[in-house]
Ligand binder design. Structure first.
Ligand code: HPA
Length: 277
């Protein structure tokens, strides 16, 4: 079988709807409730988009939406392919490359993460200022892609203007928002307490199993990126309790309304900014 091509997938999306949003949002655990705020124009199962992997994690639906969020046209991806599911990195980043080929210019990535920063609590939200890629591989490894940079600069991975919009979006719903460095591991096991102590020394504020591959691929494609974590638990050894996916899902459920409002407000502010510029 011929390898999937993001251009082909993007062409399929364009046939599906006349809407041409410049903003795309990837919903991770803790953020799916944002769909309740979305005025849906069209919904498309990932299975119908050539090259999109089928998510296998519960709580990750695998659907792409065309719609309006806070009045702004958006593409919303409910669910993502994770590296720990066994996908190769080109599959993990396929949706991101499709979005770029479609014509999206700005990408908001959301995820669930464990908190390392002593000031964080379960249920907090954190805007990513930077990341540490501890996944043991790089999504750009492999043959060079014609027309795209081989050695991508990651100095400003997370766009300052989009980060400012996230802060404003939080203020608008009276949500105290944290900021910090996200460290990505491959998973799927949670970390040991010794690893968490080491990561804290490295400068990480939160740890998770996604987002970084997409952010790197997006930067290679020239997209502006922003990312936000729902701190669903304190990381191993910081919390007295053992870690479980159930706790992650329970916290995500508890703060789902805040997460949804944050994303909605962000989309609205983004739309206002686009009109001004
Ligand atoms: N570690 C890694 N990934 C996670 C965590 C964690 O503690 N919580 C949610 N995703």
């Amino acid at each position: 079988m011929k390898p999937a091509n993001p251009q082909t997938a993007a062409a399929r999306l364009k046939k599906f709807s006349p809407l041409r949003p410049t903003l795309a949002i990837v919903l991770g655990s803790g953020f799916h409730h944002a769909l309740t705020e979305l005025r849906v124009d069209q919904k498309l199962a990932y299975a119908r988009i050539p090259g999109f992997p089928k998510p296998t994690v519960s709580g990750h639906a695998g659907e792409l939406y065309f719609g309006h969020l806070g009045g702004t046209p958006v593409l919303v991806l409910s669910g993502r392919a994770h590296f720990y599911e066994g996908h190769a990195m080109d599959r993990v980043t396929f949706a991101t490359r499709t979005l770029a080929a479609f014509g999206v210019t700005d990408l908001l990535l959301t995820n669930a993460a464990g908190g390392l920063n002593k000031h964080f609590h379960a249920g907090d939200f954190m805007v990513l200022t930077d990341h540490i890629n501890f996944m043991g591989t790089n999504p750009l490894r492999g043959s060079a892609i014609p027309g795209l940079m081989r050695f991508v600069d990651l100095t400003d991975t997370y766009d300052a203007e989009l980060r400012r919009l996230l802060s404003q979006a939080a203020t608008a719903c009276k949500l105290k928002i944290r900021s910090g460095v996200y460290l990505a591991v491959s998973g799927p096991s949670y970390e040991t307490p010794a690893e968490i102590r080491a990561f804290a020394r490295l400068g990480a504020d939160a740890v998770g199993m996604s987002t970084v591959p997409e952010a790197i691929a997006a930067r290679q494609c020239g997209l502006n990126v922003a990312a936000v974590s729902c701190i669903t638990n304190l990381a191993a050894g910081i919390s007295k309790d053992k870690l479980s996916h159930t706790e992650v899902l329970e916290t995500a459920e508890r703060v789902k309304t805040s997460g949804a409002q944050l994303i909605r407000n962000f989309a609205e502010l983004y739309g206002e900014l686009k009109i001004k510029n």
